[in-house]
Write a new protein. Structure first.
Lengths: 112, 138
């Protein structure tokens, strides 16, 4: 199983995806989005490694990513002028980018 | 003519009263972003953080401890919801609660640690929000 994906480049593309959704609030959101997208890609990297090593199963892999997604949405949603729904839209857009990048690495869809 | 002038003066008086009792308080409330610092929210979030930090899946009391954490999240949510202009904290607690519901389904130690780390980040975020309020950030 080839576990490699370009973490830096994917993180940058994910941040741009969030920017696409949160254009108006971007100056306030940028720093938080950078940090949260970095956490998500690092978590995805860890999940891939642990799944490949047989340490976690499919359900646990999905659950760990879902938890990181919730945490990221929570962080963005506490910023002024951003609703939970908008924050989730932003994070979902970023996860779409991640999904594309890791497609084929796992035998299942990590982002359900 | 005199009557008209009298009415105008009275109207002006009424407008001033409206400004004092309705317009000014509304404006003040809408400009304010965060509620005031709440010591109880701060304590509850700190307590939750400590409980999460010491939680271990192999602990014989794991079931009881995880239930206690669930109860603490409920109390924190109720407290956050009882305070006006507290949307940021409420949103953060709701996302934390979502992750608690996922945490109770974790069965392996390997998945447990990253799950707890995520929840610790979230509890810390709630504590940081209260610190911001204490510093007077609005």
């Amino acid at each position: 199983m080839n576990l490699n994906f370009d973490v830096k480049s994917v993180t940058s593309d994910m941040v741009n995806a969030v920017k696409g959704v949160l254009k108006k609030q971007w100056p306030e959101v940028k720093d938080y989005a950078d940090e949260e997208m970095d956490k998500i890609t690092r978590r995805a990297e860890l999940i891939l490694k642990k799944y490949a090593a047989g340490e976690i199963n499919e359900d646990e892999a999905k659950l760990l990513l879902q938890m990181q997604k919730n945490a990221a949405a929570g962080t963005l949603a506490v910023l002024e002028g951003i609703s939970r729904l908008t924050a989730e839209k932003g994070v979902n857009a970023a996860l779409g980018v991640l999904n594309k990048a890791i497609k084929g690495i796992l035998p299942f869809d990590l982002i359900g | 003519m005199r009557n008209i002038q009298f009415c105008s003066a009275r109207s002006r008086g009424i407008i001033v009263l409206i400004a004092f009792f309705i317009v000014i308080p509304i404006t003040t409330c809408t400009v304010k972003f965060l509620s005031d610092y709440d010591q109880l929210t701060d304590q509850l979030a700190q307590d939750l953080y400590k409980s999460l930090a010491k939680l271990e899946i192999e602990d014989p009391n794991y079931e009881a401890e995880i239930k206690e954490i669930g109860a603490k999240i409920k109390v924190l949510k109720a407290r956050a919801e009882s305070i006006a202009k507290n949307e940021p904290t409420i949103k953060a607690v709701i996302e934390l609660e979502k992750n608690y519901k996922l945490l109770v389904t974790v069965e392996s130690e390997v998945a447990f640690q990253p799950a707890i780390e995520t929840m610790l980040q979230q509890a810390k975020q709630i504590m940081e929000l209260e610190i911001k309020k204490k510093r007077g950030v609005k």
